[in-house]
Design a protein around this ligand. Structure first.
Ligand code: HEM
Length: 466
């Protein structure tokens, strides 16, 4: 441990003496919590914040954890004192059989640092600029099909459509355009695996390691996906061909510090982690974008005006994304209200103090990003959709950690720029061709809090050619 770390610990130790325990809910709320969490998790957690404030002890499936809901507390855990927090928590242990030590759920420390250092260059700006071509091409193909398939009175399940698009984009960015028929089969399997994982989160009492029929099927799909990646790698090694995709980049990536790359087994795991990280989150976000834009015609009109002015009828390029400022503000506000990664967890390594409250060593912390994005101190009238919250002046007035759809600190989402580029491109390209109209009876879409925040029942709109 460095001298600085020892000093910090001493300072914390001195502080812990006067620190208060994390507030506990009343016995009545404790007893209610198990049922209330099953019935309406988000609503119950909001009630707890309303009643007890920005830090309170909760129980999830009988496990005690401190729920945090203030930007300063997030800053402490994710940024300032991040070395004291890892992912050895109930949430990440539950999905470990899927993530298998890949970047998303890796506990932390040097193994995580090595993986992150090795993979980070594959997500730098020039690489994302290359992926932008996949995004525009795949979106154009989907819209050309919409032109043939849907008339102005048809009701389109855009969640299904945009889920497929998000999947195509992540697959093509990973494996290139030529993955062929087997790629399609793998895409379908991934959809199936995702449904099994979502069903698990609706009722997470039977661990994924128990061999129920659906859990066995999940394990089989993971093995098949590993085999698929192994075959592609073997083909590439045999042919000696260079490819311009993420798999090639990661295959040749080297950690600057250790001089080593990823083993083949680790590569399999990271590929699956990137599909998981990149598919569900982006797919839900584009669905919510259709919902928010369809619900707010005045916002949609400003969007149409912007894409017409900036793009003048041509497909967006990576450089255009910076100029599509209002489009980006719509994306930001949608990610505030419907933040796909709406919760995460950390565990304290040593005793600590957060905002004057004592956090014993090995405490589970529940980071409620959904509630943080509605904190009334930083978001007046929080349920109202208003992209103007994201003008540069408004952003400058808020603490940075009041808005963290991609997390914060060293474990911030590795795909943040990939995702933002994708969301802006898809929204701009849809707006170039169509007006999004919510048909009667389809406007009340409720968030369903699973691994990510789903639009319950999907988003249904009419797409009317402009
Ligand atoms: C709208 C889209 C996305 C959202 C909202 C999102 C959100 C997040 C959040 C909140 C975290 C941090 C979780 C934590 O601290 O516990 C995270 C991590 C991660 N995300 Fe994303 N993500 C998105 C898209 C993507 C994409 C496109 C990829 C890959 C292509 C990706 C890959 C990952 C990975 C690998 C991590 C783990 C990083 C680490 O711990 O070093 N995500 N994401």
């Amino acid at each position: 441990m460095t001298n600085q770390a020892v000093d910090d610990r001493r300072a914390r130790g001195a502080e812990t003496g006067s620190a208060r325990p994390v507030p506990r809910p009343s016995l009545r709320d404790e007893v209610r919590s198990t049922f209330a969490m099953r019935r309406d998790q988000v609503g119950f957690l909001n009630q707890m914040i309303g009643r007890y404030g920005d830090i309170v002890q909760i129980r999830v499936l009988g496990i005690k954890m401190a729920m945090l809901n203030h930007p300063d507390y997030f800053e402490h855990v994710l940024v300032r004192n991040h070395e004291n927090y890892n992912k050895d928590t109930f949430l990440f242990r539950a999905i470990a059989p899927i993530l298998r030590g890949g970047l998303i759920g890796n506990v932390g420390g040097e193994p995580w640092r090595h993986q992150r250092r090795t993979m980070q260059p594959s997500f730098h700006r020039p690489q994302v600029a290359g992926f932008a071509l996949n995004m525009t091409d795949e979106t154009a193909q989907m819209l050309d099909r919409w032109d043939r398939q849907y008339g102005p009175s048809d009701v389109v399940n855009v969640s299904t459509e945009l889920g497929q698009l998000a999947m195509r984009i992540v697959f093509r960015s990973l494996f290139g355009a030529k993955v062929g028929a087997r790629g399609k089969a793998i895409e379908d399997m991934f959809f199936e695996a995702n449904q099994i994982a979502c069903a698990f989160f609706r009722f997470p009492l039977i661990p994924l390691t128990w061999p129920t029929p659906s859990h066995r099927r999940l394990a089989e799909i993971i093995r098949t996906m590993d085999g698929f990646v192994a075959d592609i790698i073997a083909d590439r090694v045999r042919s000696g061909e260079q490819h311009d995709d993420l798999l090639d980049a990661m295959l040749h990536a080297v950690d600057d510090v250790t001089g080593t790359g990823l083993s083949e087994q680790q590569l399999h795991r990271e590929v699956l982690n990137l599909i998981i990280g990149g598919y569900e989150t982006t797919s839900n976000s584009v669905s919510w974008l259709m919902h928010t834009v369809g619900q707010h015609p005045e916002v949609q009109q400003r969007l149409l005006d912007e894409v017409d002015t900036v793009l003048n009828g041509r497909a967006p390029t990576f450089d255009d994304v910076l100029n599509l400022k209002y489009t980006r503000m719509i994306v930001d506000e949608t990610l505030r209200l419907y933040t796909p990664a709406w919760q995460t967890m950390r565990s304290s390594i040593e005793e600590d103090v957060i905002g004057g409250f004592r956090i014993p060593a090995k405490s589970d912390l529940y980071l409620n990003i959904y509630a943080l994005h509605r904190h009334p101190e930083f978001w007046p009238d929080p349920e109202t959709f208003d992209p103007d919250r994201f003008t540069p002046d408004e952003v400058a007035k808020r603490p940075k950690q009041a808005y963290i759809p991609f997390g914060s600190g060293p474990r911030i989402c590795i795909g943040k720029h990939f995702a933002l580029t994708e969301l802006v491109i898809i929204l701009a390209m849809i707006a170039q061709r169509y007006r999004v109209v919510i048909p009667p009876g389809c406007g009340n879409v409720q968030p369903e809090p699973l691994i990510t925040l789903h639009p319950k029942g999907g988003v249904h709109v009419r797409v009317v050619r402009r």
